[in-house]
Ligand binder design. Structure first.
Ligand code: ADP
Ligand code: MG
Length: 242
């Protein structure tokens, strides 16, 4: 059973049809990387997966069941889906360690001491163990984004959604974040990643989905997609970004 399935998903904002006939299945352990021009619906697709946006057509299944609508069930489902955005969204007045322990303590009811120990482990895993007691503003953008990843991982997610996690970073910090994501991918995490980093897509994706005008025009393993995109739109896009 796929972890996430989108079937015939459609979504409009007013007259603007931003998702149309989207079919996508993501297997447990799979890394699906979504690329495509700005405005093609990539962020909206991600947001629909954990019901930050509702859909108008089709259905989305998570672990074989339709996304919950009841608020407590929805909160439980969302707690199992980590989301990392372009802006780091850390709590500005809490230390890095507090940012990482907050969810496990408040949402999952974990014991504070255990949550701190686990947070420290995760900070080590993303390479910022020495920043545990700093405030977010005392970290570089790359370090903040790695803290945001650690915070998401602290909830023990079964799925991680990344929406352009490196787009707000200075170029020299992009690779440190991509390296963390690559190691997460290698560890077997199920991931949906929106990115403009084609090198990363090529090396980390199990499949690359190319979106344009709210549709997935192509979905294929990176080797075949990058070697021979089938649509004119994808060829144009790649010619501009590569
Ligand atoms: P992408 O992430 O590929 O750049 P988005 O999913 O952000 O694309 O946006 C797709 C389209 O939906 C765009 O035309 C955008 O303006 C529109 N859109 C996104 N979010 C909203 C919203 N909350 N209200 C109205 N229009 C929106
Ligand atoms: Mg976007």
């Amino acid at each position: 059973m796929p972890l996430v399935t989108l079937e015939g998903v459609g979504k409009s904002f007013g007259d603007n049809r931003v998702l149309a006939d989207v079919d996508l299945s993501v297997e447990a352990g799979e890394v699906v990387i979504i690329i495509g021009p700005s405005g093609s619906g990539k962020s909206t697709l991600c947001r629909c997966v954990n019901r930050l946006e509702t859909i108008d057509e089709g259905r989305i299944l998570f672990e074989g069941r339709p996304l919950p609508t009841e608020s407590r069930e929805l909160a439980r489902m969302r707690s199992r889906v980590g989301m990392v955005f372009q802006s780091f969204n850390l709590f500005a007045h809490k230390t890095v360690l507090e940012n990482v322990t907050l969810g496990p303590v408040k949402v999952l009811g974990h014991n504070r001491l255990q949550a701190r120990a686990r947070a420290q482990e995760l900070l080590e895993r993303v390479g910022i163990a020495d920043k545990a007691d700093r405030l977010p503003r005392q970290l570089s953008g790359g370090q903040q984004q790695r803290a945001a990843i650690a915070r998401a991982l602290a909830m023990d997610p079964v799925l991680m959604l990344f929406d352009e996690p490196t787009s707000a970073l200075d170029p020299e910090m992009i690779s440190e974040v991509l390296d963390v994501m690559r190691s997460l991918a290698t560890s077997g995490m199920t991931m949906i990643v929106v990115t403009h980093e084609m090198g990363f897509a090529r090396s980390a994706a199990d499949r690359v989905a190319f979106m344009a005008d709210g549709r997935i025009l192509e979905i294929a393993p990176p080797e075949s997609f990058f070697a021979a995109p089938r649509t004119e739109r994808a060829r144009d896009f790649l010619a501009r970004v590569l």
